[in-house]
Design a binder for this molecule. Structure first.
Ligand SMILES: Cc1cc2nc3c(=O)[nH]c(=O)nc-3n(C[C@H](O)[C@H](O)[C@H](O)COP(=O)(O)O)c2cc1C
Length: 217
């Protein structure tokens, strides 16, 4: 009797293991699509195809969920003592987008005319580069700007990886943007970043020879 029970248990275990094996195989045969997608856009390709885009397809829109995904990517960026000083003010409604367009200078305004999203990037002062309110070295709030640039870099690269395009704009009216979004005084207003889809191929910049910018010792 005991032997039969043992055999039954053994058979049941075997059947269960077989079942697990089958479901695992099934999962494996269903998964490659994801791997292919990941492989389709390599990091190098993201770096090479990310360009400042100054002509956008105004027929395409971007959802809030898509922008959130890009902002979540910025949270992976390193920052001074993990201070995470960067903040983002996202203009998505047509009214807010056109209000921001008015504050980036005439040339930029024309260049980002078709972009559905414009984002103001700031950083909180007195965080990165400071311990207990004291500046730790000569760079001071420069570390906040540094962290903000890194955060922006994650944003624009993830945007490209997801098929979007961007333009970082340093030409902007920081005080009027501060008013528009109620940005507190303890935040430094940095770049405005457009987000959209390219209409045509962007200009390819030239790059300085490596010998001019790096020295090896
Ligand atoms: C901090 C910063 C400010 C910039 N400001 C502007 C701007 O106001 N208008 C503009 O058309 N491009 C602006 N750019 C884009 C640069 O001109 C561009 O990155 C550079 O020419 C290299 O081209 P690429 O981005 O296609 O590689 C800015 C870029 C950075 C990083």
């Amino acid at each position: 009797m005991k032997r039969t029970t043992f055999n039954l248990a053994l058979a049941a275990t075997f059947a269960f293991l077989m079942f697990i094996g089958c479901t695992n195989n099934k999962t494996q045969t269903q998964e490659p699509a994801q791997e292919e997608t990941a492989a389709a856009v390599s990091f190098e390709e993201v770096l090479k195809t990310r360009r400042s885009v100054r002509h956008y397809d105004s027929t395409k829109t971007i959802s809030e969920a898509e922008v959130r995904e890009l902002l979540i990517a910025t949270q992976e960026a390193p920052s001074w003592a993990n201070q995470q000083p960067s903040k983002y003010y996202v203009a998505m409604s047509p009214e807010k987008v056109s209000a921001v367009q008015e504050l980036v200078g005439e040339r930029n305004k024309q260049n980002v005319a078709g972009a559905p999203v414009l984002i103001v990037s700031t950083y909180e002062k007195g965080k990165s580069g400071f311990f207990n309110g004291n500046q730790t070295n000569e760079v001071g709030d420069g570390w906040g700007a540094y962290d903000n640039g890194l955060s922006n870099a994650y944003f624009i690269l993830m945007a490209r990886a997801k098929g979007f395009d961007t333009l970082i704009m340093g030409m902007r009216d920081s005080e009027k943007l501060r008013e528009l979004f109620n940005i507190p005084e303890n935040e430094a207003v940095m770049a405005v970043i457009s987000l959209g889809y390219r209409a045509g191929e962007p200009r390819q910049p030239t790059h300085r020879p490596l010998e001019e910018v790096a020295q090896f010792f």
